[in-house]
Design a protein around this ligand. Structure first.
Ligand code: NAP
Length: 287
């Protein structure tokens, strides 16, 4: 049986840790910065609270951003010293690729492997155990951790060296930004023309314009409903990381750059907590 520590019982982390606890191959300990969430989790699932005396085969975390990961994985902090020699850290936080490379190098000095393993699939994917996971880091550590990933992912792809998982997640977010921008423009065109939106959807959904966003968000965007999970604050963070990476490469992606500014303005306009499809409201200001 593997001893695991899960850090960060938020919207994504809580159900992911729950899938691990349901698997008899694992003994799961949990930690959450706000203790009440860990207490709640322990009432719902079989597990124990983290203690300094525990020794773990793996630490899995899903916190907010680069700073949060740094804070939780400091070499002399409360968690890393509890890892057994040859242990592995699996990080599901969406971060910069630079952070992934730096943490990987620091942990390697302690004989610990670090896998940057951001996920896609949202809260529903976490609850249903059907996340997609893109992984960078040591390949042997990835293979050694396959049983952990399989507890809550249906699509697990090893991409390459440290940081490659985060680069894949950036690609994922650039695709989403572009698709939502196009969909927002299409909706404004339809509204201004006054044609039947449902008929337009029926006509275009099976063709080259088909996308997950078209199928799942077209009708809700038309209806002005934006309460579907992934909040614009997260997307602003993710696009900031993606644009920092492209600037490092010497270029700026024009569509993502514009979408990022649109989200910043939506946030300033009071759209905090709304999901990413709220982008259409920015475009509606143009018509
Ligand atoms: N939500 C989604 O649909 C989605 C989809 C894909 C990827 N992601 C990524 O997954 C990560 C987590 O997202 P989420 O939606 O689960 O966020 P969330 O609900 O806000 O949860 C964040 C968790 O991280 C903990 N945390 C934050 N900063 C910390 C720190 N400095 N030290 C210790 N714990 C800290 C929080 O603890 P407290 O309870 O104390 O605040 C909370 O448990 C993010 O990187 C996000 O971009 C999210």
């Amino acid at each position: 049986m593997k001893n695991l520590l899960f850090i960060g019982l938020g919207r994504m982390g809580s159900p992911i840790a729950g899938h691990l606890a349901a698997n008899t191959d694992f003994a799961v300990s949990v930690y959450n910065r706000t203790p009440g969430k860990a207490e709640q989790w322990l009432k719902q699932y079989a597990g124990t609270a983290h203690s300094d005396s525990h020794r773990y085969d793996a630490i899995i975390l899903c916190v907010g951003n680069d700073d949060d990961v740094r804070e939780n994985l400091s070499l002399d902090g409360q968690f890393v010293p509890c890892l057994k020699q040859g242990g592995v850290v699996i990080d599901h936080t969406t971060t910069s690729a630079e952070l992934a490379k730096a943490i990987s190098a620091a942990l390697a000095e302690r004989g610990v492997a670090y896998l940057d393993a951001p996920v896609s699939g949202g809260e529903a994917g976490a609850v249903n155990g059907k996340l997609s996971c893109m992984v960078g880091g040591d390949k042997a550590a990835f293979e050694q951790s396959a049983d952990i990933f399989k507890a809550y992912c249906h699509n697990i792809v090893y991409i390459g060296a440290s940081g490659a998982g985060q680069i894949s997640k950036m690609a994922n977010q650039l695709c989403i930004a572009g698709v939502l921008a196009g969909l927002s423009e299409a909706i404004c065109l339809i509204e201004k023309a006054g044609v039947d939106a449902d008929k337009v959807y029926q006509a275009i959904k099976g063709g080259a314009a088909q996308s997950w966003q078209l199928d799942n968000r077209f009708q809700t965007m038309m209806a002005g409903e934006f309460d579907f999970g992934f909040a614009i604050e997260h997307m602003i963070k993710d696009l900031n990381y993606a644009l920092a990476e492209t600037r490092h490469q010497g270029w700026t992606p024009p569509v993502a750059d514009k979408v990022l500014n649109d989200y910043r303005q939506l946030l300033a306009d009071g759209q905090s907590g709304q999901d990413t499809s709220v982008l259409v409201e920015k475009y509606r200001q143009l018509i």
